[in-house]
Write a protein that binds this ligand. Structure first.
Ligand SMILES: *Cc1c(COP(=O)(O)O)cnc(C)c1O
Length: 404
């Protein structure tokens, strides 16, 4: 027992500072399944109220889709609850391999491998592939899991300003003669701004300088591009992106699971050496069945991603007409820029009072003075839902003098 009063009081002091800075993560309790209409306890402990959800990564509305739930139930019945093993001991069912092959095909890559999460996929990928002779050049706004994954690897590190191709090219020139491999790393969609990485330009630079490209497409797989393959499809460079990491925890049903897709040697290296793969449990059968169903649904029809695109357009157009300052873009992530942190929080609170569930983001999640409300659209939103949200934004926006 060394959890002394001194240790306890140090931790308490840190927590106090977090609270005082207004950064406490107070989780709201949802008392229904995930969806567009959810029952939220607000304030905590009160009777739950129905609100319209505009802050989930449930882009295609599949989190509680009847067909996905049914597939998961079938998986539960036919293959059980869990595997109680890592993949290479006795945790691989044929369905794991089926899903890997389907994901590879969906993403347009030679092969794919499953992880417990995309966080794990990103923790595995760099350490296995790169060493001291190599350099990893990453966009400055990449996801935390990529940052951590890169930290676990002994390669040299450099970075370029967000989506700034001139800066990336300067870095490539700098490293061209000095590194065995150069790996360019970026998110496909930057989730705080809802903007895309220019993958066509990145692919062209990579070709010119002989660099490997790795894209984390977690906020795009399933809906960006004409058939929902991701930002590489949207930018017309499906064959020119070497490695894709992504999640099953957002558009693809929203449960959990991560994927790396790429050349078959890369995937085999992950299976042999990826530490989060070798030392962590396999994806549970119900989730594998659910994900197989999701990919089948998306291969059958582009209806959901088309609907999502229309929904995002409808919201963007109405909000711009109403005079709100939006970050322009083509994704279903739509930030309403407010600047001031308190204003963003007040606005989110007032919107929730009106039955619209959105979240205010402020420093340190976004730069100082760039506080915002991030709105996320879903294919499951109806026109009525969207119009209702816009009306609430206008009413609250006028009250708080964000718009005239
Ligand atoms: C959400 C997200 C992750 C984490 O995915 P999990 O499967 O939930 O671990 C990784 N990278 C990016 C870019 C993400 O948006």
């Amino acid at each position: 027992m060394a959890y002394t009063d001194a240790v306890r009081s140090r931790f308490r002091k840190i927590l106090e500072e977090v609270r005082e800075a207004g950064l406490s993560k107070d989780e709201r309790y949802i008392r229904s399944e995930q969806g567009v209409k959810i029952m939220v306890e607000y304030p905590r402990g009160s009777e739950p109220r129905e609100v319209l959800n505009f802050c989930a990564n449930n882009y295609l509305g599949l989190s509680s889709h009847p067909k996905v739930v049914e597939a998961a139930q079938t998986g539960l019945r036919e293959r059980g609850y869990g595997m109680s093993s890592v993949r290479f001991i006795c945790g691989t069912q044929d369905i794991h391999r089926d899903l890997e092959r389907k994901m590879a095909e969906f993403l347009g890559k030679e092969d794919a491998i499953l992880f417990a999460s995309c966080f794990d996929a990103n923790a595995a990928v760099f350490e296995v592939l790169f060493g001291e002779e190599d350099v990893i050049i990453s966009d400055r706004l990449i996801h935390a899991s990529l940052i951590d994954g890169i930290r676990l690897c002994s390669a040299k590190r450099d970075s370029y300003k967000n989506a700034n191709m001139k800066h990336l090219e300067r870095k490539l020139q700098l490293w061209k003669e000095k590194a065995r491999h150069i790996c360019i790393v970026t998110d496909g969609v930057f989730s705080m701004d809802g903007i895309l990485a220019p993958l066509d330009e990145i692919a062209a630079l990579a070709e010119e300088y002989g660099a490997i490209v790795l894209v984390d497409d977690s906020h795009a797989t399933g809906f960006m591009g004409k058939t929902g393959r991701g930002v590489h499809e949207h930018c017309g460079v499906v064959d020119k992106i070497d490695i894709i990491t992504t999640t099953l925890g957002k558009a693809l049903g929203g449960a959990s699971g991560g994927v790396i897709a790429g050349p078959k040697e890369v995937i085999e290296m992950m299976r042999n050496r990826g530490r989060p793969y070798l030392f962590s449990n396999s994806v549970p059968p119900p989730i594998v069945y659910g994900a197989l169903e999701v990919i089948d649904l998306l291969n059958e029809t582009t209806e959901l991603r088309d609907r999502l695109e229309e929904n995002a357009k409808r919201f963007r157009t109405s909000m711009a007409e109403a005079g709100f300052n939006l970050v322009p873009g083509e994704t279903p992530i739509i930030p309403v820029m407010l600047g001031d942190a308190k204003l963003a929080n007040d606005m989110a609170r007032e919107l929730l009072e009106k039955g619209i569930y959105v979240i205010g983001f402020s420093h340190p999640v976004v730069p100082m003075g760039k506080a915002r409300i991030r709105v996320q659209l879903s294919a499951a939103h109806t026109n009525e839902d969207i119009d209702h949200a816009v009306a609430a934004f206008i009413e609250v926006g006028k009250k708080l003098e964000v718009i005239d």
